[in-house]
Design a protein around this ligand. Structure first.
Ligand code: MTE
Length: 324
């Protein structure tokens, strides 16, 4: 039996669970002795929110990579999500992602590299300092947010794992555990689990590609992909895979989840592009959250989500209508 652990901001004050109880639940859920200790990511400051289990992170502001657009409020960032492992409704991840235990966590590294193996999350992150980067996130469904992520450049982690010359792509996989992820138990699910994503090596090494472990200064809420997720701000949001348990360096272009599901609608590249419409809707505009019926807040979508200067060279000579 899994016990639901909801973040504090969806609970009225009276229902907030004391930390000791929360930790016991966590221990009970994982069944692992010692797993109840705080999430042991480096740079952790202190448990500043006893009820939610989120921890404050120690980071520097990477303003050179950050937009000064208005940030989407935390409530929207954490209540309006896509995380099909917990259901297809926008509110499902906030409701049910607490059923996933994220501590301890490890990442399997395999394929064309010198440092394969199973890494405890804290070992993977130990060599790196955290940065805060305020990025735009543009979903293929034509809504967008501005999110202050905390994490490390993907390139730094890749260098640490030492890919060899045969490594042309990096592949990522999300946790597959139907016991903890109710969307994976669903008979109506169309996704072939686990959720998979990938990048070409030069895309992965681009300075903007980021591995996030937090947002708004604290560790990631489960619904946003705790404890570690990819953020690729110039691509549609589905490339930014959550709750990563596997990284593989490959010679061949990997199959990715949305491409497997509907190859005529979702491609491997998935660069944000207002000039190439989705077969069923326009990509020229996006609804910037928060938005409502009376104030839909439509704005123009920009090529590569406004990161053209940093990434356009990666696609020189490529027909982006063909490689969508
Ligand atoms: N990763 C996994 N494992 N499962 C998912 O369903 N959805 C993707 C992406 N990563 C998804 C995922 C989509 S479609 C988007 S738009 C972003 O996560 C949303 O991230 P957010 O909920 O943190 O805003």
């Amino acid at each position: 039996m899994l016990i639901k652990q909801r973040p504090s901001w969806v609970l009225p004050e009276s229902e907030v669970t004391p930390k000791s109880i929360y930790l016991n639940r966590r221990k009970f859920m994982t069944g692992a002795i010692g797993a109840a200790a705080s999430l042991t990511v480096p740079g952790l400051l202190h448990a500043n929110d006893a009820s939610s289990g989120l921890k404050a992170l120690d980071y520097r502001s990477a303003t050179e990579y950050s937009t000064d657009e208005k940030k989407t409020p935390l409530d929207d960032v954490t209540a309006y999500n896509n995380f099909y492992e917990f259901g297809t409704g926008k509110g499902d991840p906030a409701k049910y992602a607490g059923e996933m235990s994220v501590d301890p966590w490890s990442v399997e590294v395999e394929g064309e590299c010198e440092r394969p193996g199973r890494y405890a999350l804290e070992d993977l992150l130990k060599p790196h300092d955290y940065e805060e980067r305020i990025y735009r996130l543009r979903c293929v469904e034509a809504w967008s947010m501005v999110i202050p992520w905390v994490g490390v450049p993907l390139a730094d982690v890749i260098k640490q794992l030492q890919p060899n010359s045969r490594a042309k792509y990096v592949y990522f996989e999300t946790l597959h555990d139907p016991k903890q992820m109710r969307g994976q138990r669903s008979l109506f699910s169309t996704v072939e689990w686990p959720y998979r994503e990938g990048l070409r090596m030069d895309e992965a090494m681009n300075e903007l590609a980021f591995l996030a472990v937090g947002l708004y200064g604290e560790t990631l809420p489960n619904q946003n992909g705790a404890p570690i997720r990819l953020v690729v701000p110039w691509k549609y949001g589905f490339k930014s895979i959550k709750s990563i348990v596997r990284i593989r360096f490959a010679e061949e272009q990997p199959k990715t989840s949305w491409e497997m599901l509907a190859p005529n609608e979702y491609g491997f590249y998935a660069n944000v592009n207002p000039e190439v419409d989705h077969p069923r809707w326009s990509q020229k505009q996006e609804r910037r959250l928060p938005s409502g019926i009376l104030r839909p807040n439509w704005i123009e979508t920009t090529k590569f989500n406004g990161y053209e200067e940093q990434v356009a060279h990666l696609y020189k000579g490529m027909d982006l209508a063909k490689y969508y």
